[in-house]
Design a protein around this ligand. Structure first.
Ligand code: 3HC
Length: 682
């Protein structure tokens, strides 16, 4: 194996090259290599300047996340960056790709920074529950002012280097068609030969305090961070650093960094980072098919959302509807989606026009004959879906993958009407499809490896996170969501109030309360979905409050009344009548009402998720516990800094889980809280 850091010389310039795939992360060996390179060239009298560059896909993308689980190894990154800054010969960082976290901190410690114009830089540590740990909170404000540094550090967003053209952060930005290595070398040679090269140290500058109202800034960051501690800690460090020199500031930063590294939030966020990347990995080895032409059947909200996603990712889309009128409405919806993206500044009008140029429409299934992938997105009716798949079987080319976007229905049954069921899979998008990142790729009994891997590869192009799941009612996500909803319903019957439940769940970290979500998605939709399967006999209160709302015509937002009432501007307020009606229903069903604490509510809802997640693992619907977490993080607004329901199970540990489940079994029954194999997750 070649060394991850190698040294070479070009005339009087020393070059330190990092080659540590996939993203040149700062592992111990890379850190050591950087120190060795600096010392080697510093001691070589023939060398006038040193370039730090990277090979392959990117400049250093950060500290090596894999090392965070263990005790830090020497040389520590703060010492490495300080050694670079202290070098007696000018060091130049040559950036491309994504220079993030520790990578950007290395660049900030160099005496010069040059970059290709396509480079992105950032300090995304907060996304891992951390703060920059190698001078980022100190050197960045010295270069761009504390206001911009605050924005970058507390948001974790990656910025194009072009954002900094009015600052001294970059000494030269090369156009994307230039050869970075050659341009960097020319830039350095010029400085050396003209004698203009200096040893300007970022750490010796003073921080410009360009924030007028600190109180307001800190409170805004607190609001935006929604329970995440790292952005708040970073903000306070930036404030405290105003009067400190670089050594004092870095000592403060390091203390907080090391504390956060041991925190539960950081463990959860680092876990989420790994789980997302693992989700797309399978044991399958087939080669995915090339997909260019995609057919979408159904131009409703979901179908047009899916079409928008495909068009935005460069696919040709053929939208098929039952008649010209529905087709026109579908097209309008897609155009509306692009229009809104233009209004929000996400894309330009020219981009929108070019995407729309790849959209064609038809009412004739025959028009799908050249499609590589067809996704059926019509309403949830088995017979309708089977009729569509029979037609697809006739018109589509044999290798075309046939996917259904059903949320609940049995894909094996749908596949049974097709001559070759191996090409039938589920592609379950989440609503709104052009926003939500999750895609459940559903493996039916006869789905081929190739069809599944093609869907996963397509998902990657769509910038979605795909998770492979098996067939059952609701697949993984909605099956768990049903169980979660059931628990909320049960707590309503046992005496918890509508607003209290939602407040307890959002207070715990969920993006929305379960009852507010039901109102948004429509109580009629949930009612009809549940009607297609029989209610469990042992569960006497099964979705009774929801049924009550449905029977009263309270479908949620669409009827201005559901669990909440809505004014003409859509603003929700509590409706005391609902709590009263539920309480009467509970009495009629023989429930004894009691007071709930917020903790009890959130814990019970999470335990329901864990219980169902364990059943999914046992049934083989999901292969990895971490896949369940990815589904919940990206499909259901589970707080990322809590890792996901199965991560929570691990945090609770065997004893606590067993005790809690046993209590609930006593309260309800073993059918509702079945015995579970905790080894599947612990
Ligand atoms: N350490 C170790 N491995 C990393 C890594 C890191 N910092 N960043 C990415 N990787 C690995 C991924 O796990 C993945 O591995 P795999 O191929 O085995 O699944 C591989 O690199 C490619 O990553 P992606 O699939 O994410 O590739 P993309 O091209 O989509 O994205 C990226 C590349 C933008 C660099 C993205 O991976 C990313 O955002 N990485 C995290 C960057 C980060 O958070 N840096 C800060 C780290 S903390 C820090 O530096 C602390 C310091 O202040 C002391």
């Amino acid at each position: 194996m070649t060394a991850p850091v190698i040294f070479s010389v070009n005339n009087d310039i020393g070059i330190i090259s990092i080659d540590y795939p996939p993203v040149n992360a700062l592992s111990q060996s890379v850190r050591q290599g950087l120190i060795d390179g600096v010392i080697k060239f510093e001691n070589d009298d023939s060398i006038k300047a040193i370039i730090i560059r990277c090979k392959k896909r990117t400049f250093i993308a950060g500290a090596d996340i894999k090392e965070f689980a263990n005790a830090p190894l020497e040389p520590h990154l703060p010492d490495v960056v300080n050694r670079i800054e202290a070098c007696t010969k000018p060091v130049i960082a040559s950036l491309f790709g994504t220079s993030l976290g520790g990578g950007f901190e290395v660049a900030l410690a160099c005496h010069y920074r040059v970059a290709l114009e396509t480079t992105k830089v950032g300090l995304p540590e907060v996304n891992l529950g951390l703060i920059p740990g190698a001078g980022g909170t100190q050197r960045l404000p010295r270069m761009v002012g504390v206001k911009k540094a605050m924005e970058m550090i507390t948001s974790g967003v990656h910025y194009s280097v072009n954002n900094f053209s009015s600052t001294d952060l970059f000494d030269c930005i090369f156009s994307s068609d230039e050869n970075l290595d050659e341009s960097t070398l020319r830039f350095v040679e010029e400085l050396v030969t003209t004698g203009k090269i200096t040893l300007s140290k970022v750490g010796e500058k003073t921080i410009v305090n360009d924030i007028d109202n600190w109180k307001q800034t800190l409170s805004l960051i607190n609001k935006k961070s929604r329970g995440k501690e790292a952005p708040n800690i970073a903000a306070r460090i930036l404030q405290k650093s105003l009067g400190l020199n670089i050594a004092e500031g870095m000592a403060l930063e390091r203390r907080e960094f090391l504390k956060l590294k041991e925190s539960e939030q950081s463990a959860a966020l680092r876990f989420a980072f790994g789980a997302e990347r693992l989700a797309s990995k399978t044991e399958f080895t087939a080669t995915p098919l090339e997909v260019k032409n995609v057919g979408i059947i159904g131009g409703g909200t979901m179908g047009s959302g899916i079409a928008t996603v495909f068009l935005s990712s460069g696919f040709n889309v053929k939208l098929v509807e039952q008649n010209e009128e529905a087709l026109a409405t579908g097209r309008e919806r897609i155009e509306g989606n692009f229009e809104s993206n233009v209004k929000r500044g996400r894309i330009s009008q020219d981009q929108a026009n070019s995407y729309l140029a790849s959209l064609t429409t038809s009412i004739d299934y025959q028009s799908l004959s050249e499609s590589d992938l067809v996704i059926e997105v019509v309403f949830e009716n088995m017979e309708v879906k089977k009729t569509i798949f029979r037609q697809l079987d006739q018109v589509c080319k044999p290798e075309c993958i046939l996917a259904t976007n059903t949320s609940y229905l049995d894909i094996d049954e749908i596949a049974s009407v097709v001559t070759d069921p191996s090409r039938v899979i589920g592609m379950h998008f989440f609503s709104p499809a052009n926003i939500m990142k999750l895609l459940e790729v559903v493996q039916a009994k006869k789905s081929s490896e190739q069809a599944l891997l093609t869907a996963m590869a397509v998902a990657k192009k769509l910038k979605k996170i795909s998770v492979m799941v098996g067939v059952c009612f609701g697949f993984a996500g909605n099956r768990m969501y049903t169980r979660y909803g059931r628990e909320v319903q049960q707590m309503l019957l046992e005496g918890a109030k509508v607003a209290q439940i939602d407040d307890a769940l959002t207070g715990w970290g969920m993006a929305m309360g379960q009852l507010a979500v039901s109102d948004m998605s429509g109580l009629d939709i949930g009612y009809h979905a549940r009607s297609s399967v029989s209610a469990p006999k042992y569960d006497r209160g099964y979705f009774k409050p929801a049924e009550l709302m449905f029977k009263l015509g309270r479908y949620g937002r669409k009827t201005s009344k559901g669990y909440y009432q809505y004014d003409e501007n859509g603003k929700a307020s509590n409706d005391p009548l609902v709590d009263q009606l539920i309480s009467e229903k509970a009495e009629e069903l023989g429930f004894i009402q009691k007071e709930f604490s917020d903790d009890e509510i959130s814990q019970r809802a999470i335990l329901a998720l864990i219980s169902e997640g364990l059943q999914l693992l046992k049934d083989g619907i999901v292969k990895r516990a971490s896949d369940i977490d990815v589904i919940w993080l990206h499909g259901y607004g589970f707080p990322r800094h809590k890792g996901g329901p199965m991560f929570q199970a691990k945090q609770m540990g065997k004893n606590k889980l067993e005790l809690q489940f046993e209590k609930l079994r006593q309260l309800e029954s073993v059918e509702i809280w079945p015995e579970v194999d905790l080894s599947l997750v612990l």
